[in-house]
Design a protein around this ligand. Sequence first.
Ligand code: SF4
Ligand code: MG
Length: 326
Amino acid sequence: GEALLEVKNMITEFRTADGYLPAVRDVSFSLNKGETLCIVGESGCGKSITSLSIIGLLPSNGRIASGEIKYEGEAIQSHTAEQMRQIRGNQISMIFQEPMTALNPVLTIGYQLREPLIIHEKLSKKEAHKKGIDLLKSVGIPYPEKRMSQYPHELSGGMRQRVMIAIALSCNPGLLIADEPTTALDVTIQAQILDLINDLKQEYHMGVIMVTHDMGVVAEVADRVMVMYAGKKVEEGTVEEIFNHPKHPYTVGLLNSVPDVDKPDFELEAIPGSLPSLNQQIQGCRFHDRCKFAMETCKQQEPPAFDLSHSHSVSCWLEAEEVTNP
Ligand code: SF4
Ligand code: MG
């Protein structure tokens, strides 16, 4: 397919009392139209910062220090705030975990749907109202006319997330970034929202980046998966490669921490330990203090990415023949 988004050697850093520290370390990946890439890892691994870097919504103490972000062939990493606002209104949309914080509580659903259509699509108020109702229909909201005059607090969490998706779709985005969009919802509603995102991806032929810590969500929506640990990509592959042939011990740990309904007595293998902090100097593999396979080399040298197929790569010394079989 045709590359919609290309991220090359991106380093994103934050200004702290100890100077600038990297939260995303030399990350590269690409996304095609009509494809869903899941970025997975524990909270703090850099997955949200990666997506905020792409869409130009880093907090004020964050910056892209180096690397390239290309959207439909155009380099956007050095765009001004105003240029990024244009892109967010027209080409890239984002939805977040808690729609209550993204929706304005004192404005009606209708107002919040019409506004971007009037500004970006130059529709009249009447046209925007009609399109708003169509958008609510397309995300499966019953009684859309009535919803237009309601306020966010009058809707359930699942309905609010559908409204957020409707707003995100209003500009016909080529790329939808969803950061833990279902984490705050109960399991049934979660499944409905994931189905909705899958359906809309097909219908609009969008690229989707789904940021999640939940391998269950990955199984539902992903075409490809990128696993991040401590600011680095540690494994990338198709959803089949990641679920059937996971190679990085961290990926294996994430997969084993998915509860299995068929085996209620199965003991969950949590990953012991926690992510290193931003200012922690680590030599070698950044996972070595949590890894039960850590070898001497792992503590000395950071593993490079080893290619296992054209789509599957892993950064772990276990994949280096000359190290494991000296
Ligand atoms: Fe574990 Fe070594 Fe692989 Fe790192 S490089 S994940 S420490 S085996
Ligand atoms: Mg996050």
